[in-house]
Design a protein around this ligand. Structure first.
Ligand SMILES: *[C@@H]1O[C@H](CO)[C@@H](O)[C@H](O)[C@H]1NC(C)=O
Length: 478
C-alpha cells in the first residue's frame, strides 16, 4: 500500500513565524500508554436505514478498508432514534417496512422482520450490537426480536433496549408512572434485563444516554445485581449541535486542546465502568447533530476524527461508534451512494496510524496547545509510528502557517512520513476539493484511487524534523 518515492528533497523550510516544538519519543512503551481496542473506531448505523446500507456498495468497501488497516473489522451497532419506533413482525418478508413522505425523512413508525437479522448476520467478522425498542413498552415484542437475533446471528455481540431514554417524552408508553428520571430509567433497564436475560443471555448494552446529566455511575448503582446481565455501557456523544438554530464552529471542533478537554469529561465514567468489569463505549457519536451545521462534511471534521478517536482511547473509551444516518441526507456520514466524504479520510488515516500491529498509544504533548503528537506501540513495546496533528485552523484565505516538529530518541535515521492534507479545513470532497492521504483518494464507491506516496524525512543522530501545516496531519514511520 505504501509506495515510497525517493525525491531526495528536504522540504523543511524554517519559517521564522512557525511553531517549533521538540518531543522525545520513548524508546519503549511508557507505563502510561493506553490500550487500543482492535475495533476502537467502529460504526453505528441508524436502525431503519440499516437494510438500505447493505445495498450501498460503499458500506462493505469502506468497512473493508478499516478491517484491512486494523486487522479486525469495525464493530457495528444498529440502532438510533428509529429503534424506539420499530415493532418486530415475525411474518414480514422484507427486512423493514415503512412509509415516508420524502426519501430524506426518517419514519415515525416501522416494522421489521426476521430478514433484518439475516442481513446483520452478513456483517462478517464484526461484533454487531442490535438496538431494540423500549419506549413503546412492548417487552414481549422486543424479546421476540432479541431471540430471533440470538438464533440467527453468530456475530451478535450485544443488545440495547432503548435509545437515549433520557429524551423519552411524557407521552412515551414506557412512562407508566408520573415522573421519568435516571432512577426510573435505571429500574426499567433493570427489570427488562432481569426478564429478558433468561432467553437472551447476559448481553445487554446499558445506558445509551445522550444527556450528560444522566450518568452511568448512577445507573450502575441502580442496576444493582442486575449488572450481571449487562455486557457493556454506552454513552452518546456529539460535541456540537445545529438543533433549534444552534450555531456550529469548525475551529472549535477540530482544536486539539478543545478535543482533549471534551473527551476528558468521560474519563471518570469510563473508570467506573471498568471498575465494574465492563466495557465503556461512545456507542453513538459524530461531529454535530441536526444536519451538521455545515461543519460535518469538511476536512476539519476528518482531522477532528483523528484526534477524537485517539483521545477516546487515552481517556478509557474502549470503542467509538460513528453514527451513519439517513442515506442521502446525512452531513456527517462517511459515505453515501455517490461520495466518499472528507471525514472518511480521517477514518482511514487514523486506522493506518494504529495499524494491525499497534496495541497502545501515548500522547507526548501537554494537550493544551494546537499541536498534538502521539506515538503508537507494538505488543513488544516498541514505537511503531508517530502522528503529528497541527490543529491550527486554516480557512484557505490567508498564509498557511506551519509547525516544525523535531522528534528525538529515534533508533535510526532514514524515516518516511505520510501526509493527510487538503486545501483548507473547510474543504469538502462533495464540493470537489482534493482531500488526500499521500496523494491517495477514494472514488464514490469508497475504492481507493492512486497509491500513497510517502515523503522522505530529514533525519540524523536519532532526530527527525518534519513540517506540518495548519489543518494538516502527518504520520512518521519510526
Ligand atoms: C407496510 O407498511 C404500510 C404502512 O406504512 C402498510 O400499509 C403495509 O400493509 C405494510 N406492508 C406489510 C407487508 O406489512
Amino acid at each position: 500500500m505504501l509506495h515510497p518515492i525517493q525525491t531526495g528533497v528536504c522540504f523543511v523550510v524554517l519559517v521564522t513565524s512557525a511553531l517549533a516544538q521538540t518531543f522525545a519519543v520513548p524508546a519503549t512503551k511508557p507505563a502510561s500508554a493506553a490500550r487500543v481496542d482492535s475495533a476502537l473506531l467502529s460504526l453505528s448505523l441508524e436502525f431503519f436505514a440499516f437494510p438500505g446500507y447493505t445495498q450501498v456498495t460503499s458500506t462493505s468497501v469502506c468497512m473493508n478498508h478499516i478491517a484491512t488497516l486494523r486487522g479486525h473489522a469495525p464493530a457495528v451497532r444498529i440502532g438510533g432514534t428509529t429503534q424506539d419506533r420499530a415493532t418486530y413482525s415475525l411474518n414480514l418478508a422484507e427486512a423493514v417496512n415503512y412509509t415516508v413522505a420524502s426519501s430524506a425523512d426518517a419514519p415515525t413508525s416501522l416494522t421489521f422482520g426476521p430478514s433484518f437479522f439475516s442481513l446483520a448476520a452478513g456483517l462478517k467478522g464484526a461484533d454487531v450490537t442490535i438496538g431494540l425498542n423500549r419506549q413503546l413498552n412492548n417487552m414481549a415484542n422486543s424479546l421476540q426480536a432479541a431471540v430471533q437475533a440470538k438464533n440467527s446471528m453468530t456475530n451478535l455481540y450485544a443488545i440495547e433496549i432503548g435509545n437515549e431514554p433520557d429524551l423519552y417524552g411524557s407521552g412515551s408508553p414506557i412512562i407508566t408512572t408520573g415522573t421519568w428520571s435516571p432512577i426510573a430509567d435505571g429500574q426499567s433497564e433493570q427489570s427488562w434485563q432481569n426478564a429478558m436475560s433468561s432467553s437472551t443471555g447476559d448481553i445487554f448494552q446499558a445506558g445509551v444516554y445522550l444527556s450528560n446529566s444522566w450518568n452511568i455511575p448512577s445507573l450502575i448503582t441502580t442496576l444493582g445485581s442486575a449488572i450481571r446481565h449487562t455486557k457493556t455501557f454506552s454513552r452518546h456523544s456529539y460535541p456540537q449541535s445545529a438543533c433549534n438554530g444552534a450555531s456550529t464552529n469548525l475551529p472549535s471542533l477540530m482544536s486539539h486542546s478543545s478535543i482533549v478537554t471534551y473527551v476528558a469529561q468521560y474519563a471518570s465514567e469510563a473508570s467506573a465502568v471498568h471498575a465494574a468489569g465492563k466495557q465503556y463505549f461512545l456507542g453513538e457519536t459524530n461531529s454535530a447533530t441536526c444536519g451538521g451545521g455545515g461543519i460535518s462534511p469538511t476536512f476539519g471534521a476528518a482531522l477532528w476524527i483523528v484526534d477524537y478517536v485517539l483521545q477516546g482511547a487515552l481517556h478509557g473509551v474502549d470503542r467509538l461508534y460513528f453514527h451513519q444516518g439517513t442515506i442521502g441526507n446525512c452531513a456527517y456520514c462517511f459515505w453515501g451512494r455517490f461520495t466518499t466524504g472528507a471525514p472518511f479520510y480521517g477514518v482511514y488515516f487514523v486506522s493506518q496510524f494504529l495499524g494491525t500491529d499497534g496495541v497502545s498509544i501515548v500522547m507526548l504533548d501537554s494537550g493544551t496547545s494546537s499541536l498534538a503528537t502521539y506515538v503508537v506501540y507494538s505488543s513488544a513495546g516498541a514505537p511503531l509510528r508517530a502522528l503529528i496533528y497541527n490543529s491550527a485552523y486554516y480557512d484557505g484565505t490567508t498564509t498557511r502557517s506551519s509547525a516544525i516538529v523535531t522528534l528525538t530518541g529515534l533508533s535510526n535515521t532514514g524515516k518516511q512520513s505520510l501526509r493527510l492534507t487538503a486545501p483548507a479545513a473547510t474543504s469538502r470532497v462533495d464540493e470537489g476539493a482534493a482531500v488526500t492521504i499521500g496523494g491517495l483518494t477514494f472514488d464514490g464507491n469508497c475504492n481507493s484511487v492512486g497509491s500513497e506516496t510517502v515523503e522522505v524525512v530529514s533525519a540524523s543522530g536519532g532526530e527527525a524534523i518534519v513540517s506540518v501545516k495548519a489543518s494538516e496531519a502527518l504520520i512518521v514511520f519510526l
